[in-house]
Design a protein around this ligand. Structure first.
Ligand code: GDP
Ligand code: MG
Length: 454
């Protein structure tokens, strides 16, 4: 997909005369690519119409960067579709909220319920899980297993067959136990479809959820709109979670789900494990959809933050999938050099929300300096010999996470006079960033002197 959009934009910017036809050809190519990415036909068509209104042929002809103008327009339109205009309900700590999960069987509800509970537990909530899926054999065991692993209280039954009754009992019990986030998992299948939606309606009426979350498998393709709409017609869906984003699907169905439910996507599932769960962020999602890498304007950011002469090398390394500790160190240096850290807030992927939360710039700066001190204690001379080559790799230049074993960690801690726990924290941070930046692997590297053309 990314390829065809890039190609379309490339062809367009190569054209000497930009007329209606050239623009149409380009938009048609983008349309095709978006359809392949499971964006609903109607949404794509509306977007195309809007873009034609926005993009001014004169601007395109006047030597502006044509690719950039169109890409930006497409990007903005898609972001617009993903923004239903009102945020989803967020549970408040210490005040009981009931959240009900709906979605077809196999979409990932039970897994996502636990991820959602776990995510909030880490933030200090007191979550609890209720299994109101009495249709599928083993449903309760699955939830029980997940809940036990995450140390989250759960409720369900092997004998009761009425989902409404279990849901109500579970919610009542956890209200008494002062849980502030009561999560109700439901069935996704029934003998008949109509019966499933009727069951959802009844569970919802009986438990009066503050939020109903529609869970959607990212690989369901064009079926997303109808599926989301069907649930919305039976229960008051107020948010969407898209699962299995670690797979091949680009997740264009998310746009349909938002359009059908008029609710925002709040999280995405990126794996089977409990912590493979991310807060949804519109821009990176759309970048991925467009095949622009995982971050909007990634190149722009690189250009803003990374000094000119370091850019080609950094891009080269990232395209090879090598995010080393040294790269992290150098990015820290760049960030500190840029002065008030607020300025660079959210500029580099992954360096924003967790490492440098808004409003806590001073602490972030201190933390980054502390990380750098520890990294200064890493060996800079070669001490790791690859067997087959004589190439020497230092600790900072290795992208092998296993390299940092206990004895190395202890040596680093001694060297910088910080507790082992701090060194481990820094290495965790490195792993987190490496995971995010590894998505840059395969990045197309611009030719020298062509950076501004991107
Ligand atoms: P439910 O029927 O809607 O409750 O779906 P489950 O939670 O039982 O999930 C169905 C399958 O999808 C299970 O094998 C899960 O491990 C898997 N699954 C759920 N979410 C994800 C995800 O984000 N990524 C991947 N790779 N698998 C997932
Ligand atoms: Mg289930």
């Amino acid at each position: 997909l990314g390829g065809s959009i890039t190609r379309a934009l490339q062809q367009m910017s190569n054209a000497t005369i930009i007329d209606e036809k050239v623009l149409n050809d380009c938009l048609n190519e983008i349309t095709r690519a978006l359809l392949q990415s499971d964006v609903q036909f109607k949404l794509v068509r509306d977007m195309q119409t809007n873009i034609k209104k926005i993009v001014n042929l004169d601007d395109l002809a006047a030597g502006h960067n044509k690719r950039k103008i169109i890409q930006q327009a497409v990007f903005n339109e898609l972001c617009q579709i993903l923004d239903p205009g009102k945020p989803a309900f967020t549970p408040k700590k210490g005040k009981t909220s009931v959240v009900m999960f709906v979605g077809l069987q196999g979409s990932g509800k039970t897994t996502t319920c636990t991820k959602y509970a776990f995510h909030h537990q880490k933030k200090g909530y007191k979550p609890a899980l209720v299994c109101a899926d009495t249709f599928r054999a083993g449903a309760f065991d699955q939830l029980k297993q997940n809940a036990t692993k995450a140390k989250i209280p759960f409720y369900g039954s092997y004998t009761e067959s009425d989902p409404v009754r279990i849901a109500v009992e579970g919610v009542e019990r956890f209200k008494k136990e002062n849980c502030d986030l009561i999560i109700v998992d439901t069935s996704g299948r029934h003998k008949q479809e109509v019966a499933l939606f009727e069951e959802m309606r009844q569970v919802s009426e009986a438990t009066k959820p503050d939020l109903v979350i529609f869970v959607m498998d990212s690989s369901i393709g064009q079926a997303a709109f109808d599926q989301a709409q069907a649930f919305k017609q039976s229960v008051p869906v107020g948010a969407v979670i898209v699962t299995k984003m670690d797979g091949h699907a680009k997740g264009g169905g998310a746009l349909s789900a938002v359009a059908a439910t008029k609710s925002p996507v709040i999280f995405i599932g990126t794996g089977e494990h409990m912590d493979e769960f991310e807060v949804f962020d519109v821009k990176p999602f759309v970048s991925r959809l467009l095949g622009m890498g995982d971050w909007s304007g990634f190149m722009d950011k690189i250009q803003e933050v990374v000094p000119m002469d370091q850019q080609p090398e950094l891009l080269q390394k990232l395209s090879e999938g090598n995010f080393t500790l040294r790269i992290m160190y150098e990015q820290f240096q760049n960030i500190l050099k840029m002065g008030p850290i607020g300025q660079v807030f959210s500029m580099l992927p992954g360096f924003s929300q967790e490492l440098m939360p808004k409003g806590r710039e001073k602490e972030s700066q201190t933390k980054i300096k502390r990380y750098m001190t520890m990294m200064d204690s890493m060996t800079n001379e070669g001490n790791l010999f690859l067997k087959l080559t004589t190439k020497v790799i230092t600790e900072l230049d290795s992208s092998n996470p296993k390299l940092m074993n206990e004895s190395r960690i202890m040596r680093i801690a001694r060297g910088c006079g910080r507790p082992i726990r701090d060194v481990m924290e820094m290495l965790e941070e490195y792993k987190r960033l490496a995971k995010i930046w590894s998505k840059m692997k395969g990045l197309k590297i611009p030719k020298k002197g062509d950076m501004s053309a991107l």
